[in-house]
Design a protein around this ligand. Structure first.
Ligand SMILES: NC(=O)c1ccc[n+]([C@@H]2O[C@H](COP(=O)([O-])OP(=O)(O)OC[C@H]3O[C@@H](n4cnc5c(N)ncnc54)[C@H](OP(=O)(O)O)[C@@H]3O)[C@@H](O)[C@H]2O)c1
Length: 331
């Protein structure tokens, strides 16, 4: 009970610290959209693009001229989003493909469906996420934060890597962008905890752990890609505290703050998406990977996320759990 309370307080403390920094920035003139060049002929997959940060990211990428695959688990909303993007950015700017990250077989069939389009792939944004979702374990029996936020994206990235590789080249590499959170700072750096094999003290701690797992994954991926000279980079982005449905299952206090003070303390979904869009399209990041980006600038990742032994152990165990075959990237 005390351990659960302590773990939850640590996550809240991170959230409060980030909102205070955002408030100061807002009072000093606010956030500014990044200025980015057009991205014609580039294809992006954005997971969880049916609302929140992912939806804003997809709209902004389409405005830059990218063709966006809206990957989501709500078919109806997905088609609405595609219609909205197409109206603004043209008939070829968006397509919907069903993806339920809570099911490894759905991840595999999403990739088969994407391959059937014969489109190239220049950008993968691992954006979808859940927090405190009461739906229980995933179809494969994983704790939900672990399964949806981390393992689903782990398998997805492994299966899409051949397409990313084939579409990138030196001078214009493909990019894998993984959406993390400042809460990774209080995730417990222990593989059994990160994979939900030993239960987290509370659901908020499991969320923080899933974000630390994503940071460990992305940094190791970048190391492997650069060791092989692959035309793909991997970076991590932190959108800040954003006014989205992510908090739908949070406690009443958090929801009250969001409802009445969200306009002041939280970023809007568009502002939250700017770091992802910057990571996706900025020429300053050409060929650069292994960065943790917040507010369109490099920020500090938790030291433990750079622990090579921890990265390797998590990677091996995640391969075992998902059946991902990363041998192709030089393991
Ligand atoms: N909001 C914040 O303050 C904040 C802070 C730090 C990091 N983040 C991260 O930012 C990312 C986007 O979150 P958000 O704030 O935009 O939350 P959101 O509005 O709740 O959006 C989450 C998206 O993920 C999708 N998703 C959930 N479960 C899925 C599944 N099983 N398969 C496929 N898609 C699924 C959702 O689709 P459905 O609605 O159809 O389920 C939705 O499109 C997440 O990774 C989150 O952890 C957010």
């Amino acid at each position: 009970m005390l351990a659960a309370l302590w773990a939850a307080l640590r996550v809240y403390a991170v959230g409060v610290a980030v909102t205070m920094v955002q408030l100061l920035r807002r009072l000093r003139g606010g956030f500014r959209p990044p200025e980015l060049p057009l991205q014609a002929d580039r294809v992006a997959i954005v997971t969880g693009a049916t609302r929140g940060v992912g939806l804003s990211t997809a709209c902004q990428l389409a405005r830059l001229g990218m063709r966006v695959i809206v990957a989501g688990n709500d078919e109806h909303r997905g088609h609405e989003v595609v219609a909205r993007i197409q109206e603004e950015s043209g008939p070829e700017s968006a397509h919907f493909l069903f993806l339920d990250l809570a099911s490894l077989s759905s991840v595999r069939s999403f990739v088969r469906n994407f391959e059937a389009t014969a489109l190239p792939l220049h950008l993968l944004i691992n954006n979808a996420g859940v927090m405190l979702d009461p739906s229980g374990n995933t179809k494969d029996g994983f704790e939900r934060h672990v399964g949806v936020n981390f393992l689903g994206h782990f398998l997805l990235t492994s299966l899409l890597l051949p397409a990313l590789r084939a579409s990138g080249h030196q001078g214009r590499k493909s990019r894998v962008i993984t959406v993390c959170s400042s809460t990774h700072w209080v995730g417990q750096a222990d593989v059994a905890r990160l994979l939900g094999q030993s239960p987290a003290p509370c659901a908020l701690a499991a969320y923080a752990g899933s974000k630390l797992a994503l940071a460990l994954f992305s940094l190791r991926l970048q190391r492997l890609l650069s060791a092989l000279g692959d035309p793909v980079t991997a970076n991590i982005v932190d959108p800040g505290v954003v006014d989205t449905a992510l908090f739908a299952h949070a406690g009443w206090g958090t929801r009250a703050v969001q409802r009445f003070l969200g306009w002041l303390l939280f970023k809007t979904p568009d502002e939250g998406a700017w770091t992802s869009v910057y990571a996706a399209a900025s020429p300053k990041l050409e060929g650069i990977g292994g960065r943790y980006l917040r507010d369109e600038a490099e920020a500090e990742v938790l030291g433990a996320a750079r622990d090579l032994e921890l990265q390797g152990h998590l990677w091996a165990e995640s391969c075992r759990l998902t059946g991902a075959a990363w041998v192709a990237v030089g393991e």
